[in-house]
Design a protein around this ligand. Structure first.
Ligand code: ADP
Length: 573
């Protein structure tokens, strides 16, 4: 094994010591030939290793640590299929702009091109899924390649980096003096926007009739919560968080117009976009969801992002937190504040109160089977204010986002930019590992559609093995989008082979997902009524440590309230 010549922890572990991996605290993976020694060496070097059940979930978990902490975690995988299983996690991380390191074992160098065990063009494959995909040319270069990967994953627009480790490098010996060690990289540099663009931006905001701030997950990543909060407060501006921008400014802030989302987007004339892309989540910034002549003030760390889909009136290239402080300084200098008694505020407030009334009506239903809104009303009442909410599924995620509040930044993880289903359990495991270290006692709540839960349900074993403080709530409608009750299902089964007659959206009615949790020693609840749901929630949250799963049966045909625009509105391109 390679030894570290400096005094850092790690010693004779085969990995560079902790000093060189200072930015890495967690590793998720599945061990096997040829990387098992790397996992052991990582633990010796002080990195926490979490053994998962599928590389895809392991990679989702590692990527979520990157978002939550700002530092990359490692996903460690075996060669060939191990690596290809992790590709979804790499793609998801890269699409979300989250730092991540994937370490993949690969075949011995002297067997390459010979049809070696699990041989695969891994470096070439990972290029499409990452910012950097490399194999150290020599054992002695591993520390400097790792330093470059950690640095690249965090600097500029964050993303995924892949390092290929041939099997024969793992146990090879070399002289300390031959190793080229690299000090850990400096923290990510913070860049400021051009001051002329700052002046332009504030001039546009000042002349706006209907201004709006959109807070994206780039603001959450840059830890801009206190500067954005001050900007909102001091300027008196309405703001709208994107799904993962929720909590940067608390959802219950009086200037939050999330309950009038469509109306705010459609009628705003000047929008300050803080770390969010004008992609499908924001309907490309185009009609019919936006004014055709909407003025965008765009703040982003990535120069190439500026001007995507809509040409901005001011391009603020820089770190959201730093740029927001620049904007604040300018606003203070001009002593400007958007008035509270405008038609814009009136119309937004009217819309908010009408929408809230509508949702309350839907949530007041007590009939069995329950609808989504009733379920989320009880979940909302039971959730600790500071819990991290992980959510995925179609209606489960969309409705849950509107009902469940985030009062803290980086406390919501969901299907994200890539719209990935199956991320939930990996994300929840990552969040639980981080809170165990950084905020003990905090809970992680994973609100899953039944279809979404199925993608990585076996990670419940991982959750129980590490006794993670996670409550999983499966909102079960027996299908993808919609399902069928037991009677309709039985009738369908009489009509022929299920593969020929069962609608592709259907899943087995009344599946007992809670038994996956009890199988591994956690607590499971099967819930049909509002009373049973309340009891299960109380019992899950009162037991501080035990993982639990609440399987909530809802009406298989339950749907969203009528939408003015469907979520995936076609743009007028
Ligand atoms: P959302 O999903 O909330 O709409 P996106 O993922 O689409 O957000 O956009 C996030 C944007 O934030 C990306 O364009 C990314 O380049 C940018 N970003 C990431 N980190 C920072 C930062 N520290 N400062 C400024 N922009 C950032």
């Amino acid at each position: 094994m390679m030894s570290c010549p400096c005094d850092c922890v790690g010693g004779d572990t085969g990995l560079p010591g902790r000093k060189h991996l200072k930015d890495v605290k967690y590793m998720f993976g599945i061990v096997g030939v040829p990387i098992i020694e790397i996992a052991i060496a990582a633990q010796v070097a002080g990195i926490k290793y979490v053994g998962m059940r599928n590389e895809q979930a392991a990679c989702y978990a590692a990527s979520a640590v990157g978002y939550l902490t700002g530092r990359p975690a490692v996903c460690l995988v075996v060669s060939g299929p191990g690596l290809t299983n992790a590709l979804s996690g790499m793609a998801n991380s890269n699409m979300n702009c989250w730092p991540l390191i994937v370490l993949g074992g690969s075949c011995d160098t002297n067997q390459e091109t010979m049809g070696a065990f699990q041989e695969f063009p891994q470096v070439e494959t990972c290029r499409l899924y990452s910012k950097l995909s490399v194999r150290p040319s020599r054992l002695e270069n591993i520390p400097s390649v790792i330093e470059k990967a950690v640095r690249t994953s965090m600097y500029g627009r964050p993303g995924a980096c892949y390092i290929d480790i041939p099997g024969d490098f793992v146990n090879k010996m070399t002289a300390r003096s031959a190793v080229s060690f690299a000090e850990c990289c400096l923290p990510r540099p913070i860049s400021l926007a051009d001051s002329a663009e700052i002046q332009k931006a504030i001039a546009e905001l000042k002349s706006a009739q209907n201004p709006l701030i959109i807070v994206g997950k780039g603001a959450a990543f840059s830890r801009a919560e206190s500067s954005v909060r001050r900007l909102v407060d001091e300027c008196g501006l309405p703001f709208l968080p994107t799904p993962m921008g929720k909590g940067v400014v608390p959802d219950n802030h009086p200037f939050c117009v999330a309950a009038a989302r469509s109306s705010a987007l459609q009628n705003a004339d000047v929008i300050l976009l803080l770390g969010a892309r004008l992609n499908w989540i924001l309907h490309f910034g185009l009609p019919p969801r936006f004014q055709p002549d909407v003025k965008i003030i765009q703040v982003d760390i990535c120069a190439e992002e500026l001007g995507n889909n809509v040409k901005p009136v001011a391009s603020l290239l820089g770190d959201v937190n730093a740029v927001t402080q620049q904007l604040l300084e300018r606003v203070r200098k001009l002593s400007w504040k958007y008035p509270a008694n405008t038609d814009w505020w009136d119309s937004l407030k009217k819309k908010i109160s009408a929408n809230e009334k509508n949702s309350k009506k839907l949530a007041s239903g007590e009939s069995v089977p329950m609808n989504y809104y009733t379920v989320f009303r009880y979940v909302k009442e039971a959730l600790p204010n500071d819990c991290i909410i992980v959510s995925e599924g179609a209606n489960t995620m969309d409705i849950g986002r509107t009902v469940l509040q985030n009062l803290h930044p980086r406390h919501r993880l969901d299907a994200g930019t890539f719209g990935t289903m199956g991320v939930g359990l990996g994300f929840a495991i990552a969040a639980a590992m981080v809170v165990k270290d950084e905020a003990p006692g905090k809970r992680v709540v994973c609100v899953e559609g039944d279809s979404a839960f199925g993608f990585s349900g076996m990670e419940v074993e991982t959750i129980c093995r590490y006794n993670l403080p996670i409550v999983i709530i499966v909102v079960n409608n027996n299908g993808i989008y919609n399902g069928f009750d037991e009677d309709s299902w039985a009738k369908m089964m009489q009509a022929g082979d299920p593969a020929s007659v069962a609608p592709p959206v259907s899943l087995k009615p009344n599946a007992r997902y809670e038994q996956v949790m009890t199988a591994f020693g956690g607590k499971g609840y099967f819930v049909n009524t509002p009373e049973e749901l309340q009891k299960a929630l109380n019992s899950s949250f009162s037991d501080k440590n035990a993982p639990s799963l609440i399987n909530v049966m809802i009406d298989p045909q339950s749907d969203r309230k009528e939408q003015e625009f469907p979520w995936l509105t076609r743009s007028n391109l």
